[in-house]
Unconditional design. Structure first.
Length: 175
């Protein structure tokens, strides 16, 4: 129960003031709280959605046997703890459905591939391709989402992530 605060502040892009468009990051390898502990700790309207019951844009999203905690106070769109995912429904509902699914799949990528952001991105786009919800047009929506209008350092990061995601999307071998 002690690690969440510290980990909440660690979230890569969430920590960048004023850069709300960034979202999606997080690491998840060390042991953490259970979903119940997490939900109890953040309080408010946090809600645990059992595996297989989460719907985004009317479609069921699964990440193996992992539940998702909906936490409206999360300082980011999504996060991953070992064994469960977290989404901020207030933020997530404001982005296009494809972007929502990508956020979920990215956090799912951390479950299976560890803390590396690029690897989680790649996992997410390849999963979207296999599951049929991600087209190259959808990928461009995601790129718009992570690329702010200005050429600051985060823009560079967003562009770089997109470049890598386009490669992964086109790559028939699964990463
Ligand atoms: Zn991430």
């Amino acid at each position: 129960m002690r690690l969440d605060e510290e980990r909440l502040t660690r979230r890569l892009f969430g920590a960048v003031a004023g850069a709300l468009a960034f979202a999606v990051s997080t690491t998840a390898v060390i042991a953490g709280p259970t979903p119940e502990e997490y939900a109890a700790h953040v309080g408010g309207d946090a809600k645990i959605v059992p595996p297989g019951e989460l719907k985004l844009g009317g479609h069921k999203m699964t990440c193996g046997q992992r539940p998702t905690v909906l936490d409206g106070q999360l300082d980011d769109y999504g996060a991953a703890y070992p064994g469960f995912l977290i989404l901020n429904p207030r933020l997530v509902e404001k982005v296009p459905v494809t972007v929502r699914k990508w956020i979920f799949a990215h956090e799912c990528g951390h479950q299976f591939r560890g803390p590396d952001e690029e690897t989680a991105d790649c996992f997410a786009v390849q999963r979207g391709r296999r599951q049929g919800w991600l087209t190259s047009e959808g990928l461009e929506e995601i790129c718009q989402f992570i690329s702010p209008a200005k050429g600051d350092s985060m823009h560079f990061s967003g562009s770089h992530r997109c470049e890598q995601m386009r490669k992964c999307f086109a790559d028939p071998s699964i990463k």
